[in-house]
Design a protein around this ligand. Sequence first.
Ligand code: SF4
Ligand code: SF4
Length: 117
Amino acid sequence: MGVKIDPLKCTACMACELACGYHRDDAFALLSSCIVVYRTRDKKDYFGVILKEEEDLVIARPEGLEVKRIGAVEEGGGGGDASAKPMLLREACDLCEDRDDGPLCKQICPVDAIYLD
Ligand code: SF4
Ligand code: SF4
């Protein structure tokens, strides 16, 4: 089971990214977050969300939700393109195991785009 994101509900508000950084570092430290919103202006504000797990990247884009093995991303590129590279250096999602209320990102998402599956 892991965190998944419904890309058609997501509005790229970044609340999950801030929340995850806070969970990790007790501060709004975006670089500590293992869930990241990316946006490319050259593609008319196209955006997606990437989540780092121990072995996979979960990638939510308007085209749909995709789970890619980290080894495959390193060898073959893709999986979020340039945005994937800093993701690989981050800690993996721990499902907020120290919280009684479960994943903070899920709790804070204003449009219920985050779910567990
Ligand atoms: S909090 Fe929800 S709506 Fe906002 S970026 Fe994250 S998944 Fe998308
Ligand atoms: S479940 Fe916790 S550790 Fe995982 S992405 Fe959400 S806030 Fe971050």
